[in-house]
Design a protein around this ligand. Structure first.
Ligand code: AMP
Length: 210
């Protein structure tokens, strides 16, 4: 199944994607994670996008589309994928249609207040990218990833100023995709406010998966 995960930052798309990968057995392709890996590796792409990402703005469409086009051409993405964080603009959605057609677009619905609460407490493993939260999902040992032992840190763009910027960018540039995909009959809504297990159930029901 070819799925797009749509929703504001902090809606839990990444956390849900980890669960959905186990259910659907398809790769999780997160443009944000690809950019963060490039930044960590200090590759030319990483150096180009670091300041943009840290400030909460979007990387340009051309760079992002090219990246996704190359990733979706790989063999593991031929029978399905979860695209998390792409498309984020109408031009990205139009470009995607020229090289891959998604079966469904899952819209993770959550109020802004919950988003801010989630993002301000979010911590991420620097090594494997697993998400934690200072209140809702603490690692067993402070600052250490349960999954791989890596260091847990606060993303630069999860700091207050960048969060506000990302929410504004989401409303202006990404939220119009909800109508765009609804009109195409591809959109399914999932209430992303509850705890993870309940969101997983909402997700399965919405997609008719047992
Ligand atoms: P995320 O992990 O999805 O929240 O993405 C983190 C950051 O990476 C975003 O705030 C953007 O700066 C950048 N980014 C990720 N996906 C895209 C995209 N599809 N288009 C432009 N920028 C993106």
């Amino acid at each position: 199944m070819k799925l797009i995960f749509l929703g504001p930052p902090g809606a839990g798309k990444g956390t849900l994607a980890v669960k959905a990968v186990e259910i659907l057995n398809v790769p999780h392709i997160s443009t944000g994670a690809i950019f963060r890996a490039a930044i960590a590796a200090q590759s030319p792409l990483g150096l180009k996008v670091k300041a943009i990402i840290d400030s909460g703005r979007l990387v340009d469409d051309e760079t992002t589309i090219e990246l996704v086009k190359e990733r979706l051409a790989q063999s593991d993405a031929q029978s399905g994928y979860i695209l998390d964080g792409f498309p984020r603009t109408i031009p990205q959605a139009e470009a995607l249609e020229t090289f891959s057609k998604a079966d469904k677009v899952v819209n993770f619905d959550i109020p802004d207040t919950a988003v801010v609460e989630r993002l301000s407490g979010r911590r991420v493993c620097r090594n494997c990218g697993v998400n934690y939260h200072t209140i809702f999902n603490k690692p067993k040992q402070d600052g250490v990833c349960d999954a791989c032992g890596g260091e847990i840190y606060t993303r630069e763009d999860d700091k207050e100023e960048a969060v506000q910027k990302r929410l504004t960018v989401y409303r202006e540039q990404t939220a119009p995709l909800i109508d765009y995909y609804r009109k195409k009959g591809l959109l399914v809504d999932v209430d992303a406010s509850p705890q993870v297990d309940e969101v997983v159930n909402n997700f399965k029901k919405a997609l008719d998966i047992n």
